[in-house]
Design a protein around this ligand. Sequence first.
Ligand code: ZN
Length: 170
Amino acid sequence: MLYGHDDIALRSRFIDESDAPEQRKRMERQKLDALLGLAETARCRRQVLLSYFGDHSEPCGNCDTCAEPPKLFDGTVAALKALSCIYRTGERFGQAYIVEVLLGGSDPRIAQFGHDQISTFGIGKEFDARTWRAILRQMIALRLVNVDLAATAACRSRRPAASSCATSRS
Ligand SMILES: [Zn+2]
C-alpha cells in the first residue's frame, strides 16, 4: 500500500478544516476509517468490503490477501510499548518521532525534551523503523491511536489499554 501516516493525517486535516457541516464531516471521517480498515486488513478484502454493505461472503480466493495471506503475529506487547511511548512523550509528536524514541534514536529533540530519560526510550529495538510504522498504521486502523491535531499530525492514544494488533512482518 502506497500510503503512510502523513497521507492519513493530511486527509484527516482536509476533513477537519473543510466548511462542511459537522454531520458531513462525520461521514467523511467514517469513510476514511473504512478505507484505512480495508487497506490494513489481514482478511479477505472482498469480505471486508461486502461487510460494509451488510453482506456476508466466504473468502473469495482471488484478492491479494487471499492469494498471499499476510503473516500475522500477536502485537499486544508492541502496541502497549507504542501507546506507552505516545503517552510518555505527551501525545504531541508524530509517528516518525515516536519510532525514533522506541528505537533509541538520535533525533536531537529527544535529548532536548529529555525523552532519552523515559522508560520507553529504546524499548522497541526488536523491530526496525519500517515495521514500527506498519504497527502504528495498524493501530490507527484499529482505532487504538488517533491521528490528530490539525497542524502537527501527532499520535494520540484513544484508549488506555490495547487489544492485540496484527501486522505483516517483513
Ligand atoms: Zn479474498
